[in-house]
Design a protein around this ligand. Sequence first.
Ligand SMILES: CC(C)(COP(=O)(O)OP(=O)(O)OC[C@H]1O[C@@H](n2cnc3c(N)ncnc32)[C@H](O)[C@@H]1OP(=O)(O)O)[C@@H](O)C(=O)NCCC(=O)NCCS
Length: 206
Amino acid sequence: MADAGKAERAVGERPAGERPAGERAPGAPRVRLVPLDPDDPAHVEAVFDMHSRLEIVRWLDDPPWHPMETRDEARALIERRREREARLHFDRLRGILDADTGEVVGTAHIVLLGRRDGTSDDDHHIGWALRPAAQGRGYVTAAARLLAAEVFAEGLDMLYIDMWADNEPSAAVARRLGAADRGVVDDPWYHGTSRVFELRPADLQG
Ligand SMILES: CC(C)(COP(=O)(O)OP(=O)(O)OC[C@H]1O[C@@H](n2cnc3c(N)ncnc32)[C@H](O)[C@@H]1OP(=O)(O)O)[C@@H](O)C(=O)NCCC(=O)NCCS
């Protein structure tokens, strides 16, 4: 049994060199996750900075895309997500802060998804976005590790990562996290085809 070693290991024991789930990789930027606050101008600005750009929103949803035009729309998005978070146990939208400067560099989120064919209404997706100036430094990989470890510690056993088939930067994040690539499939939640990864607690130990 290939996994016997893992299964027989006592909780808390790990071989030298193996990181606890969610711990930062050597050289990765130090990040903090904070609940987004619609009354914090820096939080609103970060959401607006991303969602007002077609080159970002085109990866986040089905077309037609509507980049935000006002900061009120950013505030309303944060409020809608807080309302979901109050109702849905694992749902959450977090600001990714550079732990050294306090700057909000992007967001990471978990949402409950219902399958189009009705076979499950209990799938959870993890997603992310970075302000353009913050890309290319490992912020999202570090933040996604923390956020996934948080919900795994609360009892969730799997997260889907659903993306457009040609979203190479996002697929690279999923691979760095150690997620299993299920390939390009008929999207269970949205229309069309998508690339789907599955991330489990053991993947974060790699
Ligand atoms: C997806 C997205 C967040 C990825 O951003 P990113 O900066 O590539 O991701 P990370 O923060 O993990 O950084 C990884 C990059 O930093 C580099 N890097 C530098 N130091 C690093 C470190 N210590 N650890 C990890 N990566 C590091 C990596 O090499 C990689 O750059 P490369 O792709 O040029 O090799 C960004 O492209 C984005 O906001 N896209 C639009 C929104 C989107 O597509 N969301 C997902 C929808 S499913």
